[in-house]
Design a protein around this ligand. Structure first.
Ligand code: SF4
Length: 678
């Protein structure tokens, strides 16, 4: 339906409703204006009350990706050296036949496990990951990928403690009298939470922010605790100890609804406020104020973010933070409890994949560099990358690039734009964006699910994941006759198999509600999905798998040569690395004035940041917005963003977190010096 006045090109413009499936907690409802088949404006719609008509600046500019100079428009095969980015256009048929031939050859010569599919959250939509792609990998018997680059430690903790019980949604934040934002900056990721936090503050709620940086929310908080990266577990255990030893622990709740409280109390016992504060480099009085405030306020809400998981103690930090409401007795009231990812709340099991996961080799995605350069049983001979850009997003960039440069490695990259990874591909396949196809957008901050529809035709010869993986399945003889074929078919097939009334609600154009409602109260409307429906505060399996056991602290990896902790938080410019191709102002390394003065650096200087793994050249921004001893470079940079074509991941080892096999991005320890004197 034409809804806007005619633009100068003439002819009517239309506004089309869709939804954002990108890797962001909010899953906004979108109103996209299209003119002559081209997107001319992307904005929020009123369909979803959480979106409330506005969206982030990132997606408002998404048209720059759709029509930008980096967009991939047709399949191509490499004609230059790997990494140079010289390609020759080919037809889809030629490209797919080449891939099928290499798959079959790999299976014959070194086994299907020598093929490694590699993907992450380039889209969080239900259609673009774990559908026909899963069908292909499972049925062909390739290696499996542990998708652990993000959310693995918090996911492991949440699952063990609560069985992924749905958590407090944005809409209930104004009910809280105390909000603790721990390792999360919703102003950059999950922006729709901010107005709800502000409303709570207006109604008199106290705000506490625990973050090494002084973010906008931290500056407006009642208390800000700028902890050293990696010490959150000690801080949370000190709050537990404070609750237990001052009679604030809710013993009745612990008896009725939990197991393992005594073991947690035992492990928290050594963590006095003074000891934890010294270790975390924070003011002990402020930490005690936070503990007292938490003990005495209800409803109290802890928003556990992903910043606290990206280090050697990340799983235990998430365990200790998420266990707080159980010990403090904060459940059972609206606005009380915890918020973590709600991604599993819909309980969608994807029966339509039709083949169980085989017991083939499991490769942790954080070990990509190692897998490409060291694995030999069998070696990785074929790499198929989609929905991600590992050349810049996973640890140990130097080794990843060395692996990608292997002349004997056959690499396929299925992408929307020419990423840093695609430059190393043997075959590049052009992928549709979410504006060109169907998908199911599932929020993991609020709890809602919406159907995304194509608002424009595919650009160039781009094709969807469903189309291409479905066709590869068919060409390899893996598609069964009664299975859907193509994106529209798959979307309708999935729509009919979603639990409850989700499918019919989506067909009717309304937002479906989960059985427990869109704003469940923990321990009133929802309970732990654990075997005994209790909170397991001391899961024995996690105690056995963590290197030093549960609720234990592994020391800081800093050395005299590399004393600074490098963190890489989400920025307002990219969604992970999506949109990192767009021109941006000079990327800056944030450094505390005291650290700058120690090194004779001034704001705007060109610096080299380095350790034994690599180095990054960029501009320094000297400001008190970060604690002393910690520096910050944005997540999601592309190689073009820095002066020497490396990103922060070049300084990150591929060591894994204590629980969940996650990436230890914030364990990078570095030195920074002037580039002029290097
Ligand atoms: S990235 Fe997040 S805030 Fe931006 S439009 Fe998508 S869901 Fe909304």
């Amino acid at each position: 339906m034409p809804t806007r006045a005619e633009p100068s090109l003439g002819g009517p413009a239309s506004t089309v409703e869709t939804a954002c499936p990108l890797d962001c907690p909010d899953a906004c409802s979108l109103a996209v204006t299209v003119h002559h088949g081209k997107v001319i404006k992307i904005d929020g719609s009123q369909k979803n009350p959480v979106t409330e008509g506005y969206i982030c600046a990132k997606v408002r500019k998404f048209g720059d990706r759709v029509y930008g100079p980096d967009r991939l428009l047709h399949p191509a095969v490499r004609k230059g050296r790997k990494g140079e980015g010289q390609f020759k256009r080919v037809s889809w048929d030629e490209a797919l036949e080449l891939i099928v031939d290499r798959f079959q050859r790999a299976k014959r010569e070194t086994g299907a496990a020598s093929i490694l599919p590699y993907s992450y959250g380039g889209s969080n939509g239900l259609l673009t990951q774990d559908n026909f792609d899963a069908q292909l990998w499972r049925r062909f018997g390739t290696s499996r990928l542990a998708r652990t680059v993000c959310a693995a430690p918090t996911g492991a903790a949440n699952m063990a403690l609560y069985g992924k019980m749905p958590s407090v949604v944005y809409q209930d934040y104004p009910e809280a009298k105390l909000i603790i934002l721990w390792g999360v900056n919703p102003s950059a990721s999950g922006i729709h939470l901010v107005p709800f936090v502000r409303e709570a503050q207006t109604r008199g709620a106290k705000l506490v922010v625990i973050d090494p940086r002084s973010t906008a929310l931290a500056r407006s908080a009642d208390l800000h605790l700028p902890v050293k990266p990696g010490t959150d577990v000690a801080v949370a255990l000190a709050i537990h100890r404070y609750l237990f030893s001052n009679g604030y622990a809710d013993e009745a709740f612990l008896r009725e609804h939990t197991t393992g409280a005594d073991r947690l109390r035992e492990r928290a016992e050594p963590w006095t406020i003074a000891r934890a504060a010294e270790l975390a480099g924070v003011d002990a009085a402020t930490l005690e104020q936070i503990a007292e405030l938490y003990a005495t306020t209800s409803p109290a809400l802890v928003r556990c973010g992903w910043g606290l998981e990206r280090n050697r103690n990340g799983g235990n930090a998430a365990m200790a933070v998420l266990a707080l409401p159980a010990v403090g007795g904060k459940f059972g009231v609206r606005g009380g409890g915890y918020s973590m990812s709600n991604s599993a709340s819909w309980n969608i099991e994807r029966p339509w994949i039709g083949t169980p996961e085989p017991d083939t080799r499991l490769v942790n995605m954080n070990h990509l560099g190692r897998a490409l350069t060291e694995y030999d049983d069998p070696p990785v001979n074929v790499l198929f990358v989609y929905n991600c850009n590992p050349a810049v997003t996973v640890p140990d960039q130097t080794r990843v690039l060395r692996g990608l440069a292997r002349e004997d490695l056959f690499t396929v990259v299925f992408e929307q734009v020419m990423t840093d990874t695609a430059l190393y591909a043997d075959v590049v396949l052009p992928n549709t964006t979410f504006l060109e196809g169907y998908d199911f957008a599932k929020a993991y901050g609020p709890i809602h699910l919406d159907l995304g529809r194509p608002v424009i035709d595919a650009v160039g010869e781009a094709r969807s994941n469903a189309d291409v993986f479905g066709e590869l399945c068919a060409r390899l003889g893996l598609l069964r006759e009664d299975e859907p074929n193509g994106e529209l078919d798959l979307m309708l097939h999935v729509l009919d198999r979603l639990p409850g009334a989700i499918g019919s609600d989506l067909r009717a154009g309304t937002l479906p509600a989960p059985p427990f409602g869109t704003a469940p109260v923990q321990f009133v409307d929802v309970f732990p999905n654990t075997a005994d429906r209790k909170v397991d505060l001391f899961p024995a399996s996690l105690d056995a798998s963590a290197p030093m056991g549960l609720y234990r602290f592994q020391p800081d990896p800093a050395t005299d040569r590399y004393p600074l902790a490098l963190i890489s938080p989400a920025s307002e410019k990219t969604i992970s690395s999506t949109l990192g191709e767009l021109p941006r102002p000079d990327v800056k390394l944030l450094m505390n004035p005291d650290d700058a003065s120690d090194r004779g650096l001034a704001d705007g200087d060109q610096v080299r940041m380095f350790n034994d793994l690599g180095e990054v050249h960029c501009t320094v921004n000297v400001a008190p917005a970060i604690r002393r001893g910690t520096v910050s470079l944005p997540k999601g940079l592309w190689r073009r963003s820095t002066r020497n074509n490396t990103t922060g991941t070049a300084l990150v080892s591929d060591a894994l977190t204590d629980l969940g096999g996650g990436a230890c991005f914030n364990d990078a320890r570095v030195q920074v010096a002037s580039l002029a004197t290097a």
